[in-house]
Design a protein around this ligand. Structure first.
Ligand code: CMC
Length: 438
């Protein structure tokens, strides 16, 4: 018997089956059995066969990937093998995006060309402004972003050629280039401000700050510390393997729809308060707590089941979120420029009390990436509604990389989960006069 197999005995029949184990090169990356191998396990000829049941993908690998590695127990995050701490210290967002997309750090020439391509695709068609104008003045910018990125598919119809390498390149440039412009235009619309166009002299984060905050000055000059802080935050948010938004990207993309529509789906998933919407909720929560004295009472309510501590807990990280650690350092640099955000003290008190509390210790609940990012964003002058948008912009490179990987994977097909049917047995149509009230 081969030693890389699993022997399963079905106690209903007494029959044994040998199932191959699919092993990653290094055991820390895990091993799996293929769920279709379970289908041979049956109690009779007309038995459908055994399936695995895993409602929230708690222990199901939906793909093979070479992009991002997360070890939740050890608090490790690596893009293409590079630790997040090194990238946050030494790289830029656009360089990291290249790494995530193409697998290697770019040479100097490649990086220059890449930055130039992204920079020259930041403009959006003037008709997109008409979409923006149609939204209410108080429309949520994330709703506007989700809708307008979907609308891009109607402008770039070559995006339908999803397997054409030239088209893949163009849509990659366009998506990464245009997301900040859509985001900034959504913000300017909600403020009733005229749209500020991209400035090709500025860096990726510097240009976003320009499009958001430029007023009457002829040339906007971003504060270099805030520009770098935003770049680091973008590096931290660029990819996070198979989370809810990325799973949406792959699942919707598996129908072979264009990448704009798939990114819209991924961004919609990110919008939810349990995912990228959490940073916005953290700020609302800290504002509601109001002062350090309010923290114990709030935590008591959370423990009693009245809501969650937003920015705490993670499906994968059960020790600490390495991104939260880096963000705390970025916060210090930002506050030197902007002054300290008073909500930080409430946040630190929440963290201190929660980390000493049995409820949170037992459940392995630690601050996640969203706990401190919102405090920084607020200090930098972003309104709460922009926080999930600031998550979606850098995550676009991760979504596109995962989408391209999925398209190139011969094992991938249209995503179509099974179900365990628990409904009625066959029954026959009842005419209206014979129906009884339920
Ligand atoms: N506050 C209080 N209790 C919590 C929290 C929290 N933030 N998170 C989990 N729990 C409890 C939960 O009630 C459950 O307790 P019990 O076993 O008694 O029923 C236990 O911990 C396990 O929770 P779960 O919902 O099964 O865990 P999950 O892995 O499905 O959820 C999570 C992960 C991130 C959705 C969840 O921790 C959460 O809702 N956190 C708050 C929202 C948040 O900060 N989201 C941002 C995630 S990081 C950025 C991103 O990836 O988008």
């Amino acid at each position: 018997m081969a030693n890389n197999t699993l022997t399963v005995t079905d106690n209903r029949t007494g029959k044994s089956y040998e199932i191959p184990i699919f092993q990653a090169a290094n055991p820390i990356y895990g091993a799996a059995i293929r769920a279709p191998d379970l289908r041979q396990i049956k109690t009779s000829e007309d038995d459908f066969g055994l399936m695995s049941y895993d409602p929230a993908f708690m222990n199901t690998a939906s793909c093979q990937s070479r992009i991002t590695f997360v070890d939740g127990e050890k608090g490790i995050l690596r893009y293409r093998g590079y630790p997040i701490e090194e990238l946050a210290e030494k790289s830029t967002y656009l360089e990291t995006a290249y790494l995530i997309l193409y697998g290697e750090l770019p040479t100097e020439v490649r990086l220059k060309e890449w930055v130039q391509k992204i920079t020259f695709h930041t403009m959006i068609h003037e008709n997109i402004k008409k979409f923006m104008d149609g939204f209410h003045h108080d429309a949520h910018p994330m709703g506007m972003l989700v809708s307008t990125v979907a609308a891009l598919s109607t402008f770039y119809t070559d995006g339908k050629n999803i397997f054409d390498p030239q088209s893949q390149k163009m849509q990659t440039y366009r998506l990464i280039g245009k997301m900040p412009t859509l985001a900034a235009f959504a913000y300017r619309h909600s403020r009733g401000l005229p749209y500020a166009y991209p400035d090709n002299d500025l860096s990726y984060p510097g240009n976003l700050l320009n499009m958001l905050f430029k007023m009457t000055e002829v040339k906007y000059r971003p504060n270099p510390i805030l520009e770098r802080a935003l770049d680091v935050l973008f590096i931290l948010h660029a990819d996070h393997e198979q989370n809810c938004g990325t799973n949406a990207m792959r699942s919707v993309g598996s129908s072979h729809v264009d990448s704009y529509s798939a990114v819209a789906a991924a961004a919609a998933a990110l919008y939810g308060p349990l995912h990228g919407g959490a940073n916005e909720e953290v700020l609302r929560m800290l504002t509601e707590i109001g002062s350090k004295d309010g923290v114990p009472g709030f935590i008591k309510k959370v423990k009693a089941g009245e809501g969650r501590l937003m920015g705490f807990g993670h499906r994968v990280y059960k020790n600490y979120d390495p991104r939260a650690k880096i963000i705390k350092q970025v916060a210090d640099q930002v506050f030197e420029v902007t002054g300290r955000n008073p909500l930080l003290d409430i946040g630190l008190e929440v963290e201190r009390i929660a980390l000493e509390d049995d409820y949170f210790i037992k459940r392995k609940l630690y601050p996640n990436v969203d706990f401190y990012s919102g405090i920084i964003y607020q200090a930098m002058g972003f309104p709460l509604e922009m926080f999930p948008v600031l998550f979606a912009i850098p995550r676009t490179s991760g979504w596109v990389a995962q989408w391209l990987e999925m398209l190139g994977d011969p094992e991938q097909k249209i995503a179509r989960p099974r179900q365990l049917y628990l409904g009625s047995e066959e029954r026959h149509y009842v005419t209206m006069s014979e129906r009884k009230a339920a």
